[in-house]
Design a protein around this ligand. Structure first.
Ligand code: HEM
Length: 415
């Protein structure tokens, strides 16, 4: 059987498949079932993979870089083949001590000070998207909020930060689909000029000898101990930013709209009490955390009653940690003003998300603009909602019916 053909899952304890559409559609219920019966599940798929579902084990793994390596963070039938310390996408694929060096380098680019100037143009861009959506809608009022709204926002923001043409967004989505959503399952060879590596090398070549003030230029100028970064490092970090910054935020925006579409009371409350937004954003991130990472077992170790062996894969489902009743009160309820909310959506330990300031800004602005212009909406067809498969979970088809909308935006300068 080829890697792209999947056997149906008959038992989530012994044969789970985190890439199955059934998992994507119903993950919280699957974690709940496993947590009660088999908190660290195992599957022979992908060469042997573990799935912890309790906050305790997920946090322990994320904090234990001695036994769990970030050399591989996307479960695949292929072995990660770029050697330490750089790994194929530093810092996310780097282990200590190199990890800290690679991470420190990026901190200034994602600080609150660096993000602030992007907020107003992001807001104008969201508003422009809504103008287009409202102009396009037919008499049914049904539009796809994932395709027409959520997906475009992070694509445009990342293109802006990298200093590449906004039209390249479609290519970014193709890279994400192949690398993340179909990880380890691609069998059709991709022509070299259509690969992400080709695209990034082209962008690097354009900037060599012609300094630029974008993120690619920033990395080309960066040094470690007085030595410029290797090409491998620059390429890997740009690839990481492209992959980490897009479908994650797109998923969080889409999932929040999906939730609000089914909870008009909460939508009305958020509009009436805008000061709740920072809490609501954290709660959406907790309840619909999009990102599951993975680790490679570096040394044999015991976990939750099982013996894990060197070379095994372990999934790190941060979204499952966020639904653990031992850690959160009423974890399956969305409480807009939840006060105690130490969620793990951005990860735990040394690899905690570097883009969290940017992601929070995008999610906040996307929701504020949406609610200002589309205060009443509902799911048009719950069965038609399609969740992405793979390690980033969010709605990729989200048909909603607009029940009330407000007049056009003021058309400020956009991204
Ligand atoms: C809602 C949106 C996002 C979520 C839920 C999210 C989640 C995560 C998680 C869980 C990790 C930890 C990875 C691990 O433990 O292996 C991580 C790391 C990372 N994220 Fe995000 N992320 C989001 C948006 C972004 C954005 C917008 C960027 C940048 C453009 C970004 C850049 C990174 C980077 C560079 C790392 C690696 C940090 C390190 O290894 O030290 N993320 N993210």
């Amino acid at each position: 059987m080829s890697a792209s053909e999947r056997c149906e899952v008959t038992n989530w304890q012994t044969d789970f498949d985190h890439t199955a559409p059934e998992y994507a559609a119903d993950a919280p219920a699957i974690w709940e079932g496993l947590r009660e019966t088999c908190p660290v599940a195992h599957s022979d798929r992908f060469g042997g993979t573990w799935l912890p579902t309790r906050h305790e084990e997920i946090s322990a793994i994320a904090h234990d870089t001695e036994h769990f390596s970030s050399r591989g963070v996307i479960v695949s039938v292929f072995e990660p083949d770029i050697p330490a310390p750089v790994g194929y996408a530093p810092p996310i694929t780097s282990d200590p001590p190199f990890h800290e060096v690679a991470r420190r380098l990026l901190l200034p680019a994602f600080s609150p000070k660096a993000i602030r100037p992007i907020e107003a143009p992001t807001r104008a861009f969201c508003s422009q998207l809504i103008d287009q959506i409202l102009a396009q809608q037919d008499s049914t009022g049904v539009v796809d909020a994932a395709e027409l709204y959520a997906q475009h926002i992070p694509v445009r923001v990342i293109a802006h930060m990298l200093g590449v043409p906004a039209e390249d967004g479609d290519r970014f989505r193709g890279f994400i689909h192949r690398i993340l959503e179909r990880a380890g399952q691609n069998e059709e060879p991709v022509p070299p000029e259509e690969t992400m590596v080709f695209y990034i090398l082209e962008q690097i070549a354009l900037r060599r000898g012609a300094p630029s003030d974008d993120l690619i230029g920033f990395l080309l100028d960066a040094e470690i101990d007085g030595v410029p970064l290797t090409d491998e490092h620059v390429l890997g970090t740009i690839a990481l930013i492209l992959l980490a910054g897009i479908d994650t935020t797109w998923s969080a925006i889409g999932a929040s709209i999906w939730h609000l579409a089914q909870n008009p009371d909460q939508t009305a409350r958020l509009i009436a009490e805008p000061e709740l937004m920072p809490f609501a954003v954290e709660e959406m991130l907790r309840a619909f955390a999009p990102v599951t990472m993975a680790r490679k077992v570096a040394k044999d170790v015991d976990l939750g009653g099982s013996r894990l062996h060197e070379g095994d894969w372990v999934l790190l489902p941060f979204p499952a940690a966020n639904r653990d009743p031992e850690f959160f009160e009423s974890p399956n309820e969305v409480i807009l003003d939840r006060q105690k909310n130490r969620h793990a959506a951005f990860g735990l330990g040394i690899h905690r998300c570097l883009g969290s300031n940017l992601a929070r800004m995008e999610l906040t602005v996307a929701l504020q603009e949406w609610l200002a212009r589309v205060p009443e909406f509902e799911l048009a067809d719950p069965e038609a909602v399609l969740w992405s498969t793979g390690q980033v979970r969010g709605p990729r088809k989200l048909p909603i019916r607009i029940l009330a909308s407000n007049a056009a935006s003021t058309g400020k300068e956009t991204l």
